[in-house]
Design a protein around this ligand. Structure first.
Ligand code: PBG
Length: 325
């Protein structure tokens, strides 16, 4: 029996009704906020292409962590752009590097805030690639994996709540798990960037993390945007290797991937609404071409509806505030 008996508009007639029958709800607890660390003291350097986001010295990252924790953000993920860059990414092996220092300082100031660290080589290498580069120009998988595991151990020793490898080398989750376990960090979870696509939407981030590749691109290790079965393969391999959470990145253009992954595995699924997705909304909002807040709600609702349990987003603090108002 259809119309006129069936009238779906009955359940849309007021905000009270709409709220009651809403299928997807956004909650502050689901948002994770990225922080970008740079050397120095009292540094708050705005990232031009990401309005509202700044590069922070360690002392300022603590202030920012306190601010967002007070708003209700439950987790942050740390990135860093060290001054020293070389072929081996040595800055990331320094126990007093930016990430270890920030982890200790933030955990001391906000013990209730969960702190993840991005594990990659690109912002500490002079060539800007996510692994080691051979003389031939090829990114060498297995030696990169060894270094990545050392970086993860360096972060674990500082007390990070989870390490998040974003390099897309093969076998790095297993290598990280084994090295952490052998060194007394069996309880440190791994958040794997399992399906990370070679995306045009990382542009603004590369300014924030100072990590643009000096030559070539990342397509020999990041995924082809056309593939979804391959994403499932990557995710299954990472879960077998010991990933505790898996991530899909970017989020908005990959909602079908999020859905497929949600149905394929039991571990929590994280989606990363990346810099370009944020900057598009911010830029159009500043021009009055789009309602920023409504667009943030709509994109994040779509990502949740697709099946993401957690979302890394630069809107996290604003969303926590908007959800209260
Ligand atoms: C580095 C890394 C990137 C992002 C997170 N980790 C950039 C890249 O792979 O080039 C992108 C995040 C964003 O755009 O917000 N491996």
């Amino acid at each position: 029996m259809g119309f006129p008996t069936q009238r779906p508009r009955r359940l849309r007639q007021s905000e009270h009704w709409r709220r009651l029958v809403r299928e997807t709800r956004l909650a502050a607890e689901a948002f994770i906020y990225p922080l970008f660390l740079v050397p120095g003291q009292r540094v708050r350097q705005p990232v031009e292409s990401m309005p509202g986001v700044s590069q922070l010295s360690v002392d300022q990252s603590v202030e920012e962590a306190k601010r967002v924790a007070a708003l209700g953000v439950s987790a942050v993920i740390l990135f860093s752009a060290p001054a020293q860059k070389d072929a081996r990414a040595s800055a990331f092996l320094d126990p007093n590097g930016l990430v270890p220092l920030a982890v200790r300082a933030i955990k001391a100031a906000c013990p209730e805030l969960i702190v993840w660290s991005d594990v990659c080589l690109c912002s500490a290498t002079d060539h800007g690639h996510c692994g080691h580069v051979l003389a031939s120009g090829v990114i060498d998988n297995d030696s990169s994996v060894e270094t990545l595991a050392q970086v993860a151990l360096n972060h674990a020793r500082a007390g990070v709540d989870a390490v998040a490898p974003s390099d897309m080398m093969d076998g790095r989750v297993q290598a990280i798990r084994q090295l952490l376990d052998r060194n007394g960090h069996a309880d440190t979870p791994i958040v794997s960037y399992a399906a990370k696509y070679a995306s045009a939407f990382y542009g603004p981030f590369r300014e924030a993390a100072d990590s643009a590749p000096a030559f070539g691109d990342r397509r020999s290790y990041q995924m082809d945007p056309a593939n979804v079965r391959e994403a499932l393969r990557e995710v299954r391999l990472d879960v077998e290797e010991g990933a505790d959470l898996v991530m899909i990145k970017p989020a908005g253009p990959y909602l079908d991937v999020i859905r497929a992954v949600r149905e394929a595995v039991e571990v929590p699924v994280v989606a990363y609404q990346v810099s370009g997705e944020y900057s598009l909304i911010k830029a159009a909002g500043e021009r009055g071409w789009i309602d920023e807040r409504a667009a943030a709600f709509e994109t994040l609702t779509g990502i949740r509806r697709a099946g993401a349990d957690l979302i890394i987003t630069y809107f996290a603090p604003d969303m926590c505030q908007w959800l209260k108002s």
